[in-house]
Design a protein around this ligand. Sequence first.
Ligand code: UD1
Ligand code: CA
Length: 482
Amino acid sequence: MSVPSPAAVVVLAAGEGTRMKSKTPKVLHEISGRSLVGHVVAAARELDPQHLVVVVGHASEQVTAHLSGGDVPVRTAYQAEQNGTGHAVRMGLEELGGVVEGTVVVVCGDTPLLSGETLAALAATHTADSNAVTVLTAEVPDATGYGRIVRDAATGAVTQIVEHKDATVAQRGIREINSGVFAFDGRLLSDALGKVRTDNSQGEEYLTDVLSILREAGHRVGASVAGDHREILGINNRLQLAEARRLLNERLLERAMLAGVTVVDPASTLIDVTVTYERDAVVHPGTQLLGATHLAEDAEVGPNARLRDTVVRAGARVDNTVADGAEVGPGATVGPFAYLRPGTRLGAGSKAGTYVEMKNATIGEGTKVPHLSYVGDATIGDHTNIGAASVFVNYDGVAKHHTTIGSHCRTGSDNMFVAPVTVGDGVYTAAGSVITKDVPAGSLAVARGQQRNIEGWVARKRPGSAAAQAAQAAVEEAGGES
Ligand code: UD1
Ligand code: CA
């Protein structure tokens, strides 16, 4: 649908949200990797408005800091006292110079499921019908708490919006509610806001009164009924927060599946709104895909993977793993039970196996770290194998140091690489070595104590013990004497 961009979108986010019972302002609570107000701002941006302003008030410094932190900073208006939604819109318009010519869209900061398409459809209806105001409504199963849409019995035209607290018993029976989303003619909106009174149960300036004010002045008032009432769910408490998270997660997984991703068990899979993917990626149960995570074609993750800001390249396999800020190269395998921390770069066909932790480490093509190891602050070349139970000893108690290991190395099990240290190409190291000195290419490094066997020690020092008896039996079996 091609609609002219609105002149402005005003997002209302000054309220405290007392029903959240939280020290965090309501609009900063998160679902699916974005704050509530962040979701609303993202939907508003899809309209490409000339101006976008968020009205802040309660905990304004915190909310403003949050909004200026994103890629595209958002303009804010300050509402010192929360005197109602009408007052909040006035503050927003003041920030934009008072009167805005053209269409002004108003949305609440606590309706995170609202899509850009729904906003665009509302703006399109508003323009096509040449309305002074168009309200987005929905039929809901339980209208408690919402403003009710009152329609003329004969014509069906919307006559007013009555807040739940101000509604008569009969009006409370109405199930069509105000979503809190409107498109207005900017000039008429400013005029009408000047006429809004506060003689209601909450003593506030209600934005909803603008509708009847415009209608009584003879202007066209329209309503657009949302196709899916769940989209306008307003978050007032933590139950609604969890419900919104579930619905949004479902929507995001549906999108992924329709794009060709296999999600084995949507009910146990979480995905953030910022996650991207390619077709034929497979997500096994119990998996969380967070932040800027990307799954390339044929990547297979889970079960039980928690991936944040992690890129899984084509055909890679990540099983029972926690990864944060890592890159898993094409065809690489990770886990089960690996922990990849920021700065881990796994090359093509490489491996970070079971009980392996990595941090700030670049692992070359085909290189394997199969078992029980910590690789921190390291660069490893191609086609090297790191023996089981190796530790890259990167910390001397004061500073972190780097270890470099070459290509085609075979390091023994239980090696300590005490950084800073460099191991050349084609090196072998003996099991149990503590490598403290650089190893030249092609060498075998042995760095461990020599073994001594003190024969007969058990018979002398532990006579009569089970160990002594077992040793005696072994000697007799072999035909010897003790
Ligand atoms: C509002 C509507 C109601 C609608 C419902 C939809 C009014 C009077 N009521 O009621 O008809 O059904 O939303 O969810 O408009 N806010 C400010 N400043 C204020 C007051 C509110 O910025 O002075 C912001 C809040 O932060 C919130 C939004 O406006 O994001 C809505 O406020 P809220 O108190 O949640 O209104 P509701 O009672 O839900
Ligand atoms: Ca609300």
